[in-house]
Ligand binder design. Structure first.
Ligand SMILES: [Ca+2]
Ligand SMILES: [Ca+2]
Length: 93
């Protein structure tokens, strides 16, 4: 394994890394160390409440659709081990 002898070089600057880590913590609402669909459900719910959109309303559906599309795109690009969640390493990779 050649890779084992290559020192780990950070891909992101420290500042970028900190910023991204904050975003990660923001989305990992249940704080289990992974961003998953369940976290997005809660993000959607919070945004729905913030916007005062009734459950089942057009705005609620729009929100859900937008976030689930975002989650789909995010998980297919970032969930490299296809575990169904994005851990911090996958998030920062
Ligand atoms: Ca989570
Ligand atoms: Ca994963």
């Amino acid at each position: 394994m050649v890779n084992a002898f290559v020192p780990r070089v950070p891909m992101l600057s420290e500042l970028q890394g900190k910023k991204l880590t904050r975003y990660f913590q923001l989305y990992d609402i249940d704080d289990d160390g992974e961003i998953a669909a369940a976290d997005f459900e809660r993000v959607i719910e919070n945004v729905r409440i913030l916007r005062g959109a009734p459950v089942g309303s057009f705005a609620d559906h729009g929100l859900r659709y937008a976030f689930m599309a975002f989650w789909g795109a995010l998980s297919s690009s970032a969930d490299t081990d296809q575990s169904g969640g994005i851990d911090l390493d996958e998030w920062l990779a």
